[in-house]
Design a protein around this ligand. Structure first.
Ligand SMILES: C[S@@+](CC[C@H](N)C(=O)[O-])C[C@H]1O[C@@H](n2cnc3c(N)ncnc32)[C@H](O)[C@@H]1O
Length: 413
C-alpha cells in the first residue's frame, strides 16, 4: 500500500457517524474540523482533555466514557483511532477494515487506510496537502507547504485570480505609508487580481514592480486633465476602465479617507453606478511617527492626538483648521503636508500660548529605506527645516510624546 500515493478526496460528513477513539491531544486537534463538517461524532474514551470535554458538554459531540469495544465502528463512515493502547488501536483498525470504514491512525500511518492532510482555508477554498507516500511522510513539510500556499493566497503573492467571484468595479485600496509589507492582506490580494492599477506617488510603489506584465499601471499624477480638474480626470479614468469590465485598483498612500480624497472618488463611482470596495490602509499619521520611535499617545503624557493638514498657512482664508484652539490642547498634534508652512504654523501655535520649547519631530519618507527623523522645538523648527533640507513627504509631530521613546528607537533605519 505504501508504494502508491494516497487518493485525495473531500469527505462530506454532515449528519454521518464518525467514531473517534481516544480523547487526548490528537482528538482535540482533529475534532473542530469534524464538527465544522457537520459530522455526527461519537467519542469513545475513558478520559478526555478539558477542551474535548467542553465539546461534549456543549453537545457538539457525543462522549461515551469507556474503552473501545468490538462493534463500535459498525455504523461509522469514518474513524479516527488515537488511543494510547496499542492493542485497542490494532483491534479497532482490524474492525474498520472488516466494515470497510476509512480510518486514520495516529500511532501508525502505514497501517491507516486514510491520512489527514494539512489543511488551511482562504477565500472560499480549502487547501489540503498530503505527502505522496507513507515512507516519506514529513508532517512539518506538508504543514509548511500548506502555510506557504494559504499565506500566498491571502497576501496576493500567490496569484490565483477569482473567475466567478472577482471583485467587480473599483477597489479604493489604502496602500499604507510606503513599506510594501504595510499594505493589508486584502489590499494585496486585490492588487494581485487587478487588470488596471491607478497609483499615487506616495504609498507602496515597490509593489507595482511585482505585478504581472499584463497589468496596466497608471501614474495618477500623469493622467492628462485638460478641461477637468486633476481629481475629475482621475475619477473619469476609474469609471472608464471599470466600464470596460476591468478590475481596477486605485492604490492610495496611507488610508484612502485620511486626506486622500477617497470619498470624492467613491462618490463619483456611485454616481456612475460603478461598484466600489474600500480597503482601509495604515495611515502615515500614526505609523510614520511610530516607525521613528514616537507613540502618538503615551500614558501620563498625551491622552489625545489630533491629525491636521498643514497644506495651507494658518492665515489663509481657505484653512479649515482652528490653530488657536489647537494651541490650547495638551495632547499630540500630528501635521501632514506641513513642511512648507511649518514656520507659520509654529509661530501661530506659540502666539496662542503653546510653549516655544514644545518638542517637534519631522519624519521624512517614513517606513521606507530613506526614512529620516529630524528633531527641533517650536522655536527652532523653521530654521531646522531649512538647515536640514527636510522635504515632503514628512509627518510632523508636535508635543511631549516626541521625547518619550528610548534613544535607540529614534532612528531605527
Ligand atoms: C495627501 S496626504 C495623504 C495621507 C495618506 N492618505 C495617509 O493616510 O497617510 C500626504 C501626506 O501624508 C504624509 N505622508 C504620507 N506618507 C508618508 C511617509 N511615508 N513619510 C512621511 N510622511 C508621509 C505627508 O505629510 C504627506 O505630505
Amino acid at each position: 500500500m505504501a508504494e502508491h500515493p494516497a487518493y485525495p478526496v473531500g469527505l462530506r460528513l454532515a449528519g454521518r457517524r464518525v467514531v473517534v477513539l481516544g480523547g487526548g491531544q490528537v482528538a482535540q486537534r482533529r475534532l473542530p474540523a469534524l464538527i465544522a463538517a457537520g459530522a455526527d461524532v461519537l467519542l469513545v474514551s475513558p478520559e478526555a482533555t478539558p477542551s474535548v470535554e467542553a465539546m461534549a458538554d456543549t453537545g457538539e459531540i457525543t462522549w461515551e466514557r469507556r474503552r473501545y469495544a468490538d462493534g463500535d465502528l459498525a455504523d461509522a463512515w469514518y474513524a479516527l483511532i488515537a488511543t494510547d493502547d496499542a492493542g485497542a488501536n490494532q483491534a479497532a483498525s482490524a474492525e474498520a477494515e472488516r466494515h470497510r470504514v476509512w480510518c486514520v491512525r495516529s500511532d501508525d500511518a502505514d497501517q491507516a487506510t486514510a491520512w489527514t492532510p494539512a489543511t488551511g482555508h482562504s477565500e472560499g477554498v480549502t487547501v489540503a496537502v498530503l505527502t505522496t507516500d507513507a515512507r516519506g511522510r514529513d508532517p512539518r513539510h506538508t504543514a509548511a507547504v500548506r502555510d506557504a500556499v494559504v499565506e500566498g493566497l491571502r497576501d496576493g503573492t500567490l496569484v490565483a485570480p477569482h473567475h466567478r467571484t472577482r471583485t467587480p468595479g473599483v477597489a479604493l485600496v489604502g496602500g499604507g505609508p510606503g513599506d510594501p509589507d504595510l499594505i493589508t492582506v486584502r489590499g494585496r490580494r486585490l492588487l494581485a487580481e487587478a487588470d488596471v492599477v491607478i497609483a499615487d506617488r506616495l504609498g507602496p510603489r515597490d509593489l507595482l514592480a511585482e505585478l504581472p506584465p499584463h497589468v496596466e499601471v497608471i501614474d495618477a499624477a500623469k493622467i492628462p486633465y485638460g478641461r477637468f480638474m486633476a481629481q475629475e480626470a482621475i475619477n473619469n479614468a476609474l469609471i472608464e476602465h471599470a466600464r470596460q469590465g476591468r478590475s481596477v485598483v486605485r492604490l492610495k498612500g496611507g488610508d484612502p479617507f485620511v486626506f486622500g480624497r477617497g470619498m470624492e472618488e467613491a462618490q463619483a463611482l456611485a454616481e456612475a453606478g460603478i461598484p466600489c470596495t474600500v480597503v482601509p490602509g495604515i495611515s502615515s499619521s500614526i505609523s510614520v511617527p511610530g516607525a521613528a520611535g514616537i507613540p502618538v499617545t503615551h500614558r501620563g503624557v498625551a491622552h489625545e492626538f489630533t491629525v491636521v493638514s498643514g497644506h495651507v498657512a494658518p492665515d489663509d482664508e481657505r484653512s479649515l483648521v482652528d490653530w488657536p484652539s489647537l494651541a490650547g490642547l495638551t495632547g499630540t498634534l500630528v501635521i501632514l503636508m506641513g513642511v512648507d508652512k511649518i514656520g507659520q504654523i509654529a509661530e501661530t501655535l506659540v502666539a496662542h500660548g503653546k510653549s516655544p520649547d514644545t518638542p517637534v519631530a519631522l519624519v521624512q519618507e517614513g517606513t521606507t529605506a530613506a526614512q529620516r527623523r529630524v528633531d527641533a522645538t517650536l522655536a527652532t523648527v523653521a530654521g531646522t527645516v531649512v538647515a536640514e533640507e527636510v522635504r515632503p513627504p514628512a509627518v510632523i509631530v508636535v508635543g511631549n510624546v516626541v521625547g518619550v521613546g528610548p534613544a535607540a528607537t529614534r532612528n531605527p533605519r
